[in-house]
Write a protein that binds this ligand. Sequence first.
Ligand code: HEM
Length: 276
Amino acid sequence: MTYDPSTDGAQMDFQRRMSYGDYLQIDRLLSAQLPLSSAHDEMLFIVQHQTSELWMKLALFELDAARARIASDNTPEALKMLTRIARIFEQLNSAWDVLRTMTPWEYSQFRDDLGQSSGFQSWQYRAIEYAVGNRNPTMLRPHAHRPEIMAKLEAELARPSLYDEVLRRIFRLGLPVPEAVLSRDTSQPWQMDEGVLTAWAEVYRDPARHWEAYELAEKLVDFEDYFRRWRFNHVTTVERVIGFKRGTGGTGGVSYLRRMLEVELFPELWRVRTAL
Ligand code: HEM
């Protein structure tokens, strides 16, 4: 006898009910994978990028909410969101294992079909960088042909970054964040600041006394840790698949990505470890 789950109550009739596929718009989601070649591995390449973009969408959503919570002194809720964001990056990190099953020859079967397109033009990735504090306005340029995306990225630059909001919060908690940092033009890239390092050193020397600031700091470090691993996994996968060829987006490829490994989102939080 085959098992019939409807005898246990499973709903089987969706003529007049919202189904799983209706709610999740599965038809739309699954009709967006359109390989340009007949190469077997192109489907993997497309799905890997699209799933990464979906996770980035959630990361941005959570980042935005966490930043708003910090600005309104609701750190406990923000901490939970920051934990989720780090887990999203952990998820993105594991995903490289799937992509690494694609060999250089397999990728070469469809690479030319990509034209000049590249993850370099991922606006969500740039929005994440901008939201957390890595603000290079030059990176807006690939989006000039899409005014609505430009508007989103410019709006992001117009908001204080997550790091700026954290620094304002720890100032409100009584830590000595310099006035020049609090009133800085937050649309500009963050520059390592000795005064901020001093403030974090105070926190790290006596965590029990500055517990909220300490928890916030460690969540940021956790996030950057996973983000660095994402960058490292990316560059290693790229080297494994295309060696030192130039990227489809026009950069030096591995040389560009290695340079990006040097980016520090929260430099004082890494320096403070040496200062203790
Ligand atoms: C075989 C797979 C991949 C290769 C060969 C590759 C190659 C590259 C290269 C060479 C660059 C530098 C820009 C350029 O000149 O094109 C780049 C940038 C980038 N790629 Fe990939 N990539 C791969 C997979 C992925 C995946 C799965 C994602 C996920 C979304 C991704 C996201 C990005 C992002 C966000 C950048 C910009 C990084 C930055 O500006 O710091 N890449 N990729």
